[in-house]
Design a protein around this ligand. Structure first.
Ligand code: GLP
Length: 244
């Protein structure tokens, strides 16, 4: 779906998430959201915060799992995805702290493997992801599933692509400060979500959006695996859709 601008589009996505939360509330059920970082989802989070403040939207039945975190990375570092999520969403809504899950970038290296298995298990125990929000990196990654990621991959530690690190360089004051690794949910984890919405804004994303939507399904562009998911929508602005 293509929109004139990302404001309009983000409001629509926030509306869908809010409706899902309310539907689940009515049934007395939890709503399990998979959340993303990066600049793409910021307006969706702003709109959800506005709905909480002005319309009384409650997040008391919401359980969240974030896609990824840099490794190594401490939670209080301003470049961490922990910091980002609290700054843009969690500090402004009534979500229970115990319902927030973000991969821990400080897990000891020899404990990461088990940590990732447990993270995957926790998602399962909560009944799986009802809704997964995604951005897309210019390598075709979703979460931090870089080229070469298997369609069946689970949560794990990965090595970041050079292009991904150079895109993050400005946030870290130079590419040399960007962590070389990250913990990410897998492609398999993401594809199990009941509903997926991917956001793409601006010219910078036009080429990878074309490859993802129209290209053959390949691990070289991990986002192409979304073509096989039954309930995925790409929400784009004109610029990101310009090569389609
Ligand atoms: C990072 C994140 C991704 C995100 C991507 C795009 O690599 N791990 O989840 O989709 O950046 O970021 P942006 O939305 O800022 O373009």
């Amino acid at each position: 779906e293509v929109f004139e601008n990302s404001y309009q589009a983000s409001a629509l996505v926030a509306e869908e998430i809010a409706q899902l939360i309310k539907d689940k509330q009515e049934k007395g059920e939890n709503c399990v959201l998979g959340l993303a970082t990066g600049s793409s989802p910021i307006k969706v989070y702003e709109e959800l915060v506005r709905m909480h403040r002005e319309e009384g939207l409650s997040f008391s039945n919401v359980i969240t799992f974030n896609l990824d975190e840099y490794y190594p990375m401490s939670k209080d570092n301003h470049q961490s995805y922990h910091y980002f999520m609290h700054q843009h969403l969690f500090d402004h809504i009534d979500i229970k702290p115990e319902n927030v899950h973000i991969p821990d970038g400080k897990v000891l290296l020899d404990e990461v493997h088990q940590y990732c298995i447990d993270y995957e298990m926790k998602i399962k125990e909560h009944g799986g992801l009802d809704f997964q929000l995604l951005g897309i990196g210019r390598t075709g990654h979703v979460g931090f599933n870089e080229p070469g990621s298997h369609y069946n991959s689970g949560t794990r530690i990965i090595t970041l692509d050079h292009l991904t690190r150079s895109d993050a360089a400005s946030d870290f004051n130079g590419i040399e400060n960007v962590p070389k690794r990250a913990i990410t949910m897998g492609i398999g984890t993401i594809l199990k979500a009941k509903r997926i919405v991917l956001l793409g804004w601006g010219h910078k994303k036009a080429e990878i959006i074309k490859d993802t939507v129209e290209g053959e399904i390949t691990s070289n562009v991990p986002a192409t695996y979304l073509q096989q998911h039954k309930n995925t929508t790409f929400i784009l602005d004109y610029e990101a859709a310009s090569e389609l």
